[in-house]
Design a protein around this ligand. Sequence first.
Ligand code: BGC
Length: 360
Amino acid sequence: MRAAAVFPVERRLAVVNDFPEPQIRRPNEVKLRILAVGVCGTDREIASFVYGTPPEGFNYLVLGHEALGQVVEAGPAVCERFRAGDLAIPLVRLPCPDVTCAPCAVNRQDHCETGKYREHGIMRLHGFMTEFMVLDAGYLTPVPKALGNDAVLVEPMTIAEKAFIQAEHIASRLPWKSQRRAAVVGAGPVGLLGAMALRLRGYDVAVYSLDLAPNPASRIVESVGGRYFSTRNTSAEQLASEAGPFDLAYEAAGAPTAAFEVLKSMGPNGIFVLTGVPSRHGGVEFDTHGVMLNMVMKNQCLLGTVNAGRDAFNLAVEDLAKIQTRWPGVLGEMVTGRFPLEDFASPVLTPKGIKNVVIP
Ligand code: BGC
């Protein structure tokens, strides 16, 4: 069968035509037909050969970690839970083999401490840009059929869900109800989905991104009741005075300059969550003195988060269903490009629009 692959040593991208079709070998395995795979900035980094590692014994890595699959067949131990035709989303990260890794031992590989974890399409495991995958049912999240094609947004939504699960834990240190004003830095898919999840939780949401409004992302923000501001004509201070003080900021752009500007403008007791992975070169100077002073004097909290656990996958499915009901059609507007597997390099290397998906 076909698979979209990156050959890091040869520095090329190619469709592998003889990638072996997997078969169920264990009673708890499920065979999925891959219906769609979202493309993100991580894929671009991998395709630019600055990140990503092929599985042992391979000179290539099959790309893709944001998959929507349909069950073709399930092993005898799990065939009651996964029936042919059901939709499912695979987890990206699998536990590391180190028995002393406490997070991996309790299935919280998103907090792996050894760095030996494996991630589909990213680290030491082939990804989902292929026709079929066989996976352990324990690493699958079932999806109601009503979610349909919008379910390809589950994985990017898990980044937001994990951020908010953790932010809620931290916020529980304050024995009163906060104002619920949030800033979202970045209006890519992870930022927009985060803005929607925050609106569901009753936050006033200000999305802060590069492009001037109106643009497709600003229209989405406004259609879910948020406000959109551009870094081109609004400083972080203006943002905070118009839409803050923020008790939560969610960064989803991997843009350190904008992130640390907003961090400086956070309100008292604010929680700032960083989720974007900045490009692996370059750096910015920032006001370390001002940031430290503010963080201490205002009891602020800065949190980094990567990947997501099962709880976030389940919540992502629930929240996407709520978004479908509350703002019909908005999730469909997020997917702006569909590409056959043969053309995978185009959305990966020269992305346009909001979310591109590859259809194997
Ligand atoms: C993925 C995460 C992954 C991270 C780092 C992100 O694009 O969504 O699942 O952990 O990249 O590899």
